[in-house]
Ligand binder design. Sequence first.
Ligand code: HEM
Length: 343
Amino acid sequence: MSTASIDRALAVLVVAMATTGLLSLRAGHPEQGWLFVVHGLLAGALALTVAVKISRSVPRALSGRSVARLALGLVVSLFAVAALSGGYLWVASGELIWIDAGGAGLGRWTILTLHAWAGLILVPLVIVHVLPRRWRLLRPGRDTLARVGDRAFTRRALLGAGAMAIAGVAMWAIAGIIERAVGGVRRFTGSRWLAAGGVPIPTTFFGEPTPAIDLATWSLTVEGAVDRRTNHDLASLQALGEVESTAVLDCTSGWAIETAWRGVPLSAVLDEAVVAPAARRIEVRSVTGWGTSLDIADARRCVLAWSVAGRALPAANGAPLRLIAPDRRGLDWVKWVDTIRVE
Ligand code: HEM
């Protein structure tokens, strides 16, 4: 493949990896499993492209004594290798690997989260690295498009694409085979199972602290497209009825736990407020400002929980009230809920 084609492939693959990775954060239903497979297949194609890119550019940069290009190339390669090896290590190790940087005040992160950060940082780096020489890609004239069209189906281009496809499938399969050989089991989201029935590890998306909530002043407000704007304290929510829901909390940092939650069905809270027939979505908000948006049908499958695994919900797990949202990733399971807005 020409150097220009390698640069283009690199840019497209890095953006595609970051995009599929980001989309995976909201993919909690088994029907969305294909997204994780696509992410895994693209990774092998990227690994091959990075290897070819490094083997070609290092000798050229060294002979040209271009220190600035060499330095930028080195940083890009470091982040690419970190994102790729972090992802493969996650799969092939068969384990839930944590890196504890608590001593340095940086908290405790899984390899999966760290590989995702390396991948996201890689996006602007690759753009800065590739664009100065390939800026025409952003403003393609008619000639450029015609030339790209002519070259897209040459023997060399097809061989390159074939090699990437083989690398994609091979790396994905090998990582999976090693994982099974060491006894690892993943959910379709890549998350590893924790023992069922316990209290989940308390995490927040950006490591935000647990807010101090005074139960004497806390209430749940239901507002927006409803006939009756309501305000509930815990006792009035409990009076609406209590159910148990066994659901899988799948945290985007890479673990999943099936456990039992007790609370009020969200549908009971919505019915109490009488939702307008034209309403389509609800917004569930936390005292911290975090929130999620659900369509009404999805919302009716949710529970607002005050208990987990047979005990009162701990503050760090979202007390006094946490959204239990089956088939959604953990970041939609809003903790410390105080507002529901019907739209
Ligand atoms: C350039 C950016 C990225 C690279 C190079 C990369 C690389 C990888 C690799 C090599 C794997 C293992 C694939 C396998 O063998 O199944 C992987 C898995 C995974 N990545 Fe990424 N990744 C990137 C960005 C992201 C981002 C931004 C996220 C999320 C925010 C993410 C989420 C995941 C998840 C959830 C898995 C596990 C999937 C599974 O186990 O099937 N990745 N990644």
